[in-house]
Write a protein that binds this ligand. Structure first.
Ligand code: UTP
Length: 413
């Protein structure tokens, strides 16, 4: 073994990684060594030391937003026209963030492969593919479709597309890219072995998308193709509406580099993050960080001042993506369950949380531009999330919302 590897582990108090080294095959030894070489232990050290640190106290202020249904007809027409032009001329691409673990849903496989119990059951990916096919019918373009996966689900995701023949979407228009990963740490700040020759690494949060787009040269490719807007959304929303002419045209017309959709909170205590200004910059404050008084604050019209929730549907200009890709977003710690190899070499299944996972959040990118256009849309038209197995935001509630919206569209046509 190279001396450099031992030195690196020693420097950061991680020598336990080699506890089973002598039992490993040559191949396994190389694999472990390669992994150690790549891991940034100095970053992990810093994250562990700062994990209890509260986010800097910053002033929270309300932020302006627009309401789609209240736009004047003249405006609607203008934006829609502009947006349609952008779509037709191939300036728009979309990306589903699909690297999450979907722990709450507990589906065995990537979330996008989950079969939604519609009258004819369809996977989440198929539902999205059908939406893009409708766009093709209307605009005669095949929208480039990017899917962000993680190490944990990349292969399974691609296999699913292969098995389903890309849902009849042109294969060359579908691209997968992997987000980054970070090692998980035990309560002593030590990395965790999940095999005798492997350190447990987990996806680095949906904020990892910017670095991943940059690192995988996707931004470069998009620029070559003259793509100017990337709609980015959560894979688990089956009403996700990214190729939305009015929205795209409005962002162009207002000359903003970022627009995100919002929905009005159902009630002041709903457990969702809301858009606001943090230290003078656009951002999202989590429900855990907002005081009860602020959560209940109403304006003169009786509307919640902090009542617009971000639900994972955003439109980024390529120039802004380039700027963010070169920056670092903050990491947020979470305490999770992580199976591990114990000192006796046995694999232990964690029954309770035992390890730190560090993730960055996509909305921490809002601060890299001075102005974000927040557009309030109707929940029942655009937001049908599948998060939990049962109850709120489950397959049952999403199915109802999806079917009701389809019916509404049919009645309109
Ligand atoms: P969630 O925060 O709801 O996480 O992700 P999740 O993994 O889907 O579900 P739980 O919390 O484990 O139950 C919101 C969106 O961000 C994506 C998810 O795939 C989802 O579309 N995401 C999340 C990533 O792409 N990568 C991540 O590392 C985390």
């Amino acid at each position: 073994m190279e001396e450099e590897i031992k030195e690196k582990l020693k420097k950061y108090g991680q020598e336990h990684v080699l506890a089973f080294y002598n039992e490993l095959t040559e191949g396994q030894k190389r694999k472990l060594e390669e992994q150690v070489k790549k891991i940034d232990f100095s970053l992990l050290d810093e994250l562990f030391r700062n994990k209890e640190e509260k986010m800097k106290e910053e002033t929270i202020e309300p932020i302006n937003y627009e309401i789609r249904s209240k736009l004047e007809n003249k405006e609607k027409k203008l934006y829609t026209q502009l947006g349609k032009q952008a779509i037709r001329s191939g300036k728009v691409a979309v990306c589903q963030m699909a690297g999450g673990q979907g722990t709450r849903l507990g589906h065995n496989g990537p979330k996008g492969t989950y079969m939604v119990p519609l009258a004819i059951p369809k996977s989440i990916f198929q539902i999205f593919a059908e939406k893009l096919q409708e766009i093709n019918k209307e605009y005669s373009v095949w929208i480039p479709w990017y899917i962000m996966t993680s190490d944990e689900n990349n292969e399974e995701t691609i296999d699913f597309f292969e098995k389903n023949k890309y849902f009849n979407y042109p294969k060359e228009k579908v691209s997968f890219f992997r987000q980054g990963k970070l090692a998980m740490l035990d309560t002593q700040g030590r990395v965790i072995l999940n095999k005798k020759y492997e350190i447990k690494e987990a996806a680095d949060g949906n904020g990892g998308i910017f670095e991943a787009l940059y690192r995988n040269n996707i931004l470069e490719k998009m620029k070559e193709e003259d793509i100017q807007w990337l709609g980015i959304g959560n894979v688990d929303n089956i009403l996700l509406n990214l190729v939305d002419p009015l929205w795209i045209g409005m962002a162009e017309s207002r000359k903003v580099l970022l627009s995100t959709k919002t929905v009005t909170k159902v009630n002041p205590t709903e457990k969702v993050g809301v858009v606001c200004k943090i230290g003078g910059k656009p951002g999202v404050i989590e429900y855990t960080e907002i005081s009860e008084q602020m959560a209940n604050l109403c304006d003169e019209n009786g509307q919640l001042v902090y009542g617009q929730s971000y639900f994972g549907c955003a439109l980024y200009n390529i120039n802004l993506l380039e700027k963010i890709g070169a920056k670092k977003l903050p990491y947020h710690p979470a305490f999770k369950k992580c199976d591990y190899i114990a000192e006796n070499g046995e694999l232990v299944t964690a029954e309770t949380a035992n390890a730190y996972k560090f993730e960055s959040f996509i909305f921490d990118s809002f601060k890299f531009t001075d102005e974000v256009l927040f557009l309030n849309v109707k929940r029942e038209e655009e937001f049908a999330p599948i998060k939990n197995k049962i109850g709120a935001d489950s397959p049952e509630t999403a199915k109802k919302l999806y079917e009701a919206f389809k019916k509404k569209l049919e009645n309109l046509n």
